[in-house]
Design a protein around this ligand. Structure first.
Ligand code: SIN
Length: 275
C-alpha cells in the first residue's frame, strides 16, 4: 500500500489496495492513515453497495443517518444527491457530521456514484493542525471548556434546510438532538489534540449564553480554516473517500448547477470523546 499526502497537513491518497478485498492488516493500516491524515482517498475502486455495507460493518459498525434519504434496497446507505434543478446541496458548508450526538459517528465512507461533468469537489480541514496553529492565548482560553452541539436548527420543520429546495427529500424533522463535548478533544486512537467545535452544529459553551459564546466561538471557527490545513478532492468514477469526523471538518462544493450528482454515504460508528 502506498500513501501519498494530498496537501501538507491534511489528506492522503492511498494506492495499491482494493477496499472490497482488503486484508485485516491492510484495514488496520487504512484506519491508522485516516486517524492521522483525517481523510484517505482511494481511486479506481470496484465497490458495490454490498461491499460498502460489508466494509462499514468490518470497520466497527454503521450509524444510519437520521435525516438523509436512504438507498431503497440498502437502508444502511444514505443517498447524498442533488438534482439538476436543485440549488441547495447536502453538506455545502464547513461542518463535521454527527457532533450533535453524544457518541458521534467516527466518520464516513463516501462513494462517487454519479458525478457532474465538472465541479462537485469536496474539501476537508484538519482540526489537529488547526489546534496546533492556535495562539497560546487562544489555547489557554479554550482549556477545560465544553460546548453544546445540536442539529435541530438545521433539520427541524422550520429549520435551515426546510427553507430550501432540499426540504422535500429529508427525514427526521421531529427529532431532538443535543450533546456536550470538550472544545479540545484527544483523538481516541492517536491521542493528538483536536479542535472540536464547528459552525454548523456548535451553539454555545457550557455555562454561557449563545451571545456570550459567539466572540470566542467565531475566533475558533475562523482559526479552524487556517489555509494550509486543507485539502481538496476532485472526484472521479471509482473514487471512495473515508474520513474521520473527529480529525476533520468537510465542505461539499456546490458549483455544478444544472447537473446531477449522487454519492452514497455510510456513517461509521464512533466512541465517546474526551479531553
Ligand atoms: C457530506 O457528507 O457532507 C457531503 C459530502 C459530499 O457530498 O461531498
Amino acid at each position: 500500500m502506498q500513501l501519498t499526502p494530498m496537501a501538507p497537513k491534511c489528506g492522503v491518497e492511498v494506492s495499491g489496495v482494493k477496499l472490497a478485498q482488503c486484508s485485516d492488516a491492510e484495514m488496520q493500516e487504512i484506519k491508522q492513515a485516516i486517524y492521522e491524515y483525517g481523510v484517505a482517498v482511494f481511486r479506481d475502486q470496484e465497490f458495490t453497495p454490498e461491499d460498502h455495507i460489508t466494509f462499514g460493518r468490518r470497520w466497527g459498525g454503521i450509524d444510519v443517518n437520521n435525516y438523509f434519504p436512504l438507498q431503497d434496497d440498502y437502508n444502511e446507505i444514505a443517498v447524498v444527491k442533488k438534482e439538476p434543478d436543485q440549488q441547495t446541496n447536502i453538506g455545502g458548508a464547513w461542518h463535521t457530521d454527527h457532533s450533535y450526538d453524544q457518541i458521534p459517528a467516527m466518520g464516513s465512507v463516501l462513494v462517487a456514484r454519479h458525478l457532474p461533468p465538472k465541479g462537485g469537489d469536496t474539501m476537508w480541514a484538519h482540526m489537529g493542525a488547526a489546534y496546533d496553529a492556535l495562539s497560546d492565548e487562544l489555547k489557554a482560553a479554550v482549556e477545560g471548556l465544553e460546548a453544546f452541539h445540536t442539529a435541530d436548527h438545521v433539520y427541524k420543520a422550520d429549520g435551515l434546510y426546510a427553507q430550501t429546495d432540499m426540504a422535500k427529500s429529508l427525514r427526521g424533522q421531529d427529532l431532538k438532538t443535543g450533546a456536550i463535548h470538550p472544545v479540545v478533544i484527544r483523538h481516541p486512537h492517536t491521542g493528538r489534540k483536536l479542535l472540536y467545535v464547528n459552525s454548523a452544529f456548535t451553539i454555545h459553551f457550557v455555562g454561557q449564553t449563545r451571545a456570550e459564546s459567539m466572540p470566542l466561538l467565531q475566533q475558533l471557527f475562523d482559526a479552524a480554516l487556517t489555509g494550509d490545513n486543507q485539502c481538496r478532492l476532485e472526484w472521479k468514477p471509482g473514487t471512495v473517500a473515508i474520513w474521520d469526523n473527529r480529525t476533520t471538518w468537510h465542505n461539499a462544493m456546490n458549483d455544478y448547477h444544472g447537473h446531477y450528482r449522487e454519492m452514497h454515504r455510510i456513517t461509521l460508528s464512533g466512541e465517546a470523546l474526551a479531553a
